[in-house]
Design a protein around this ligand. Structure first.
Ligand code: ZN
Length: 333
């Protein structure tokens, strides 16, 4: 085959439009699969980091120093005892030195972050949906898309952190909720710009500024309304039961959910959270032995509302839109 003929065969213009489309879809799919695997592996590493935070934050310890060690015998972990999931399985959930059980929370957190990040990467249309855009490396041309994707990864990480901290310590630290609200606000406005399917070098249409301002205002009102909802319930509870039932941390958590998911998404998370809390409450009522203290009145058992809200938030973040659409269709809207 002559050189000129070979060049003609390899040239995309020589291929039929159908073949070009098929090749583009295949490439997008392959990149999407590789990206999902990469996000999952990165999730394992950051799940391992979350375990360090979950063990050290409540004790007021540094998350940097000292190196990872057994909390029973202080044995410093070597690199191969510190591999997410694999080390826990290889050591059969026990410390190599003192044989104390290592909590199942460690592999659970690592697997959960990996699964959440992989799911989010798989679903992220902004990153993979290059077909509708007339260029190959959209992600590199749009820093907004990268900021939003990283922001969502941090949001899901924070939700899992808050879920475990509230379950284990009834604690929803401001260091996670408050910066999360600000980041959610920024990413929501950036997402509005992304939805314009625009590239940074094209001049923005005149309506863009208007749209961005509206999006910022909408997000601000959603944060306010979600926090007020919890404050109202807290006030009513205090009025009726004459004691604190819901912490201020829950109000900040709802504001965080609203900043990222919008008001409908946050309300869906709230509904799922309350439903889960009610189910657990009923199980505790039927099985009094399930509580730590059999003499304790079941209604005095403190349920971690934040944990349920976080689980609701994760479900709403990943499947909120189809769930809300199904509900609206079912309700006849
Ligand atoms: Zn040990």
């Amino acid at each position: 085959m002559s050189a000129s003929r070979m060049a003609a065969t390899n040239s995309p213009s020589h291929l039929s439009p159908l073949l070009i489309a098929a090749r583009s879809i295949l490439n997008t799919h392959m990149i999407r699969i590789l990206g999902t695997i990469f996000a999952g592996l990165l999730g394992l590493a950051f799940g391992s980091f979350l375990n360090v935070c979950l063990s050290r934050w409540p004790q007021g310890e540094s998350i940097v120093q000292p190196r990872s060690h057994c909390r029973n015998c202080d044995h410093t972990l070597s690199w191969w005892e510190n591999i997410p999931l694999i080390s826990w399985l290889a050591l059969r959930g026990r410390c190599r030195n003192c044989h104390t059980r290592i909590s199942w929370r460690y592999p659970l957190v690592e697997a959960s972050i990996a699964a959440l990040w992989a799911l989010q990467a798989w679903q992220s249309r902004t990153i993979w949906d290059w077909g509708s855009l007339d260029q190959d490396l959209y992600i590199f041309s749009s820093p907004n898309a990268i900021v939003c994707a990283l922001g969502w990864a941090i949001f899901l990480w924070s939700l899992l952190a808050l879920a475990f901290l509230d379950a284990e310590h009834l604690w929803l630290p401001d260091r996670l909720t408050l910066p999360g609200i600000l980041l959610g606000f920024i990413c929501t406005v950036l997402q509005t710009r992304l939805n314009y399917n625009m590239t940074s070098w094209l001049p923005p249409p005149p309506t863009l500024a208007h749209e961005l301002a509206a999006s910022a205002l909408r997000c601000f009102y959603a944060i306010l309304a979600a926090a007020l909802l919890i404050l109202l319930i807290r006030w009513l509870y205090k009025l009726i039961r004459h004691r604190e039932g819901i912490g201020l941390g829950d109000a900040k958590l709802m504001a965080l959910l609203a900043a990222w998911l919008g008001l409908p998404g946050a309300l869906l998370a709230f509904f799922i959270g309350i439903l889960l809390g009610a189910i657990v409450g009923v199980v505790l009522l039927i099985k009094p032995s399930a509580t730590s203290d059999p003499h304790k009145e079941w209604s005095a058992t403190k349920l971690p509302l934040g944990t349920f809200l976080c689980i609701g938030g994760i479900i709403s973040a990943l499947w909120g839109q189809p769930l809300i659409a199904t509900y609206l269709h079912w309700a006849g809207f």
